[in-house]
Design a protein around this ligand. Structure first.
Ligand SMILES: [Cu+2]
Length: 307
C-alpha cells in the first residue's frame, strides 16, 4: 500500500501546484480526485517460487508491473472467486482437482480419462469463478506490464508453470489472495499501437509492432465457458525455434507442457478474461523475430518481425 499512498500524495501535490496558477475549474478536479486513488503500478515480484504483492488493491483500471527475478518462467492468472470463498477453498477444491488429473496424466492414463477425473473433482462453485486476466509468460529477468479492469471482490493470483520434476508452481507457493476493494482507482487504459482480437476460432492482429515500447490491446471476442480460455503470449523466435513444439509446450496437460525453463524467451502477454473485456500489455521489443502464441488452442500462433 505504500506506493499507493505515495501516489495519492503526489496526485494531490500536482493538483495543488496546478491550482496555484488557476481557479475554480482546477479546484473541481481536486475534489474529484480526493475520493479516488491513483497510482502508477501495482508492483509484483515473481521469484522461484513466490509472489510478493500487496494484499489489497483498488478496483477499476490497474496496471501490474511484475518483475521476474527468478530463473524459471512465470505468469500470473487472476481468478475471481464466488462470494465468501477464499484461497483455502481454491487450494483444496480446485488445485486439488487439477492435482488428481495431473497424477493420472503422469501415470499415462488416456487424456479423456484424466479430464473425466477433473470434471468429477472440480467443485460446483468453480463454474461461477471467473478468470480475470493477468500477466502472460515471462522468462527470468523479464518484466511484464499489464493493465486491466477489475471489479471488487476476492481473487487468487496464481502461476501454474511446472518444475522439471512436474510440480505446479501453485503447489510450491506461487498463489496469493488479492482483495480488490470498493475504492475505485482514478486510472485510464493506455492507447494501443497493436490491437489483438481473440475468438474461439481466430487470432486477429491489427496494427504493427515497432522497435521499443509497444502497447498491445487484447479484446476477448469469445471466451470458452469452462476450462482454459483464449489468451496470448509473445515468444522470441530464432532459427532453431519450432513453433509447433512451443505450442505443444504451452499445454499444461502434456507431460513436458509448461515445464520451465521453456523452449524460448517469453516477454509478455495476457491471460484470459471473459467475453467482451479488453486488457492491455506493454512490451519493449528489440529488433528480431517473435510470435504471438496461445496456451489454448494448441497450434495457435502467428509470427511477426520488429526491425
Ligand atoms: Cu511460476
Amino acid at each position: 500500500m505504500k506506493a499507493l499512498k505515495f501516489m495519492t500524495v503526489l496526485v494531490m501535490i500536482v493538483f495543488v501546484a496546478h491550482s496555484c496558477k488557476s481557479d475554480k475549474k482546477e479546484q473541481l478536479k481536486v475534489e474529484d480526485t480526493v475520493s479516488t486513488v491513483s497510482y502508477n503500478f501495482i508492483e509484483v515480484i515473481a521469484k522461484d517460487f513466490t509472489f510478493t504483492v500487496d494484499d489489497t488493491i483498488s478496483s477499476g483500471w490497474s496496471t501490474f508491473r511484475m518483475k521476474n527475478t527468478g530463473m524459471m518462467d512465470h505468469f500470473f492468472l487472476l481468478t475471481k472467486l464466488p462470494d465468501s470463498l477464499t484461497i483455502d477453498d481454491y487450494l483444496r477444491d480446485v488445485a486439488g482437482a487439477f492435482g488428481v488429473t495431473w497424477e493420472a496424466i503422469k501415470a499415462n492414463k488416456p487424456k479423456d480419462e484424466a479430464f473425466g477425473l477433473l470434471g468429477q473433482h472440480l467443485p460446483e462453485w468453480y463454474a461461477s469463478a471467473k478468470a480475470m486476466g493477468g500477466a502472460g509468460l515471462i522468462s527470468g529477468g523479464e518484466t511484464a506490464i499489464n493493465t486491466l479492469k477489475l471489479e471488487p471482490g476476492y481473487y487468487v493470483m496464481e502461476c501454474y508453470v511446472k518444475t522439471e520434476n512436474g510440480q505446479f508452481h501453485t503447489e510450491l507457493g506461487m498463489i496469493n489472495p488479492l482483495i480488490v476493494s470498493e475504492e475505485v482507482a482514478n486510472n485510464e487504459p493506455p492507447e494501443s499501437n497493436v490491437q489483438i482480437t481473440l475468438s474461439n476460432d481466430s487470432l486477429q492482429v491489427d496494427g504493427y509492432a515497432k522497435l521499443g515500447l509497444n502497447v498491445f490491446s487484447v479484446y476477448f471476442k469469445d471466451q470458452s465457458a469452462f476450462g482454459l480460455g483464449n489468451d496470448i503470449h509473445i515468444v522470441k523466435v530464432n532459427d532453431s525455434t519450432n513453433l509447433e513444439e512451443v505450442s505443444q509446450w504451452m499445454d499444461w496437460s502434456n507431460l513436458k507442457g509448461l515445464v520451465s525453463p521453456g523452449p524460448g524467451i517469453f516477454v509478455g502477454g495476457t491471460q484470459e478474461m471473459p467475453t467482451g473485456y479488453t486488457s492491455y500489455f506493454k512490451c519493449n521489443l528489440e529488433p528480431g523475430k517473435y510470435a504471438f502464441i496461445a496456451e489454448t488452442p494448441v497450434g495457435r500462433f502467428k509470427t511477426f518481425t520488429v526491425r
